[in-house]
Design a protein around this ligand. Structure first.
Ligand SMILES: C/C=C/C(=O)SCCNC(=O)CCNC(=O)[C@H](O)C(C)(C)COP(=O)(O)OP(=O)(O)OC[C@H]1O[C@@H](n2cnc3c(N)ncnc32)[C@H](O)[C@@H]1OP(=O)(O)O
Length: 261
């Protein structure tokens, strides 16, 4: 892909996208948002891609937030609303991808950078990484979904601790809080994230997409409605050729060959 602030690589069925704005610690500007939207379109539509890994260029930062220079240039309250909605809508599209998205947090994930990671399905962090929502120090609050996703992920009190204080936490503390699912030595982070992505990319694509849908949409509703949604996703998966192949492969004691239908 022809990109300036992102680097697109593909290894087998895994797409690896690296945020690369070295002079701004990979901060998210409008141009990067436009490119991320194109990447999301590509991942969703490209059947050769079964999973996506996001990471940051360099050792210092994953993504150090929204571009503060662009925020400083905003002059009206409606401009701030538009800025927030732009990021919220883009991250919602990332979260809505039918394929698994793994964040490999290689360094600072601050503000919009952590909000980006929170819109991913699974977060791996380097043991040297630090993450937080420091917008309060700029007289702002998180604006790309961070107040909503973090509170749902780690609970209201812990989310308030991070958002009110603006203080970053270490990767180890992030693991304790449930912000990340794994912490690894920095030198092993990307390899392990790609390894998991490759494993997930070989699963039955429709079943994996339905599991993601049932979990995500179920959390937005009550248990009864969520279980009803699960039953319908279960039935759709049950009607796929891949389900028939999976069960046939089990009895024939061989690996299943899933085709995504
Ligand atoms: C809705 C979402 C809102 C938001 O996300 S608001 C922004 C939230 N993020 C932050 O507040 C983090 C801002 N960055 C920092 O606090 C620091 O950076 C770090 C702690 C990450 C690293 O500090 P250090 O090691 O001293 O590096 P350095 O000199 O501050 O940064 C290197 C260059 O990167 C630029 N930069 C860093 N973060 C951003 C950013 N978020 N937007 C624009 N530029 C950024 C700096 O200005 C500087 O540039 P130069 O070398 O020209 O002085």
């Amino acid at each position: 892909m022809d990109l300036k602030n992102l680097i697109w690589e593909q290894e087998g069925r895994v797409a690896i996208v690296t945020f690369s704005r070295p002079k701004a610690l990979n901060a998210l500007n409008e141009e990067t948002f436009n490119e991320l939207a194109r990447v999301i379109d590509r991942v969703e539509s490209d059947d050769t891609v079964g999973a996506l890994v996001l990471t940051g260029a360099g050792e210092k930062a994953f993504v150090a937030g929204a571009d503060i220079g662009e925020l400083q240039a905003l002059e009206t309250s409606m401009a701030f609303v538009a800025k927030a909605r732009r990021g919220q809508n883009l991250f919602a599209r990332l979260e809505d991808l039918s394929k698994p998205v793994i964040a490999a947090i290689n360094g600072f994930a601050l503000g919009g950078g952590l909000e980006l990671a929170l819109a991913c399905d699974i977060r791996f962090a380097a043991d040297s990484a630090r993450m937080g929502l420091p917008e309060i120090n700029l007289g702002l609050i998180p604006g790309y979904g961070g107040t909503q996703r973090l509170a749902r992920l780690i609970g209201e009190g812990q989310a308030k601790m991070l958002i009110f204080s603006g203080k970053p936490v270490t990767a180890t503390r992030a693991l304790e809080l449930g912000i990340v699912e794994n912490v690894l030595p920095a030198g092993e982070l990307l390899a392990e994230a790609k390894k998991l992505a490759a494993e997930l990319a070989e699963k039955a694509p429709v079943a994996l997409a339905l599991a993601k849908r049932a979990i995500h949409d179920g959390l937005a509703t009550d248990m009864g409605t969520g279980c009803s949604l699960e039953a319908h996703c279960f039935s759709v998966a049950g009607g796929t050729e891949d389900c028939k192949e999976g069960m046939k492969a089990f009895f024939e004691k061989r690996p299943a060959q899933f085709k995504g239908r």
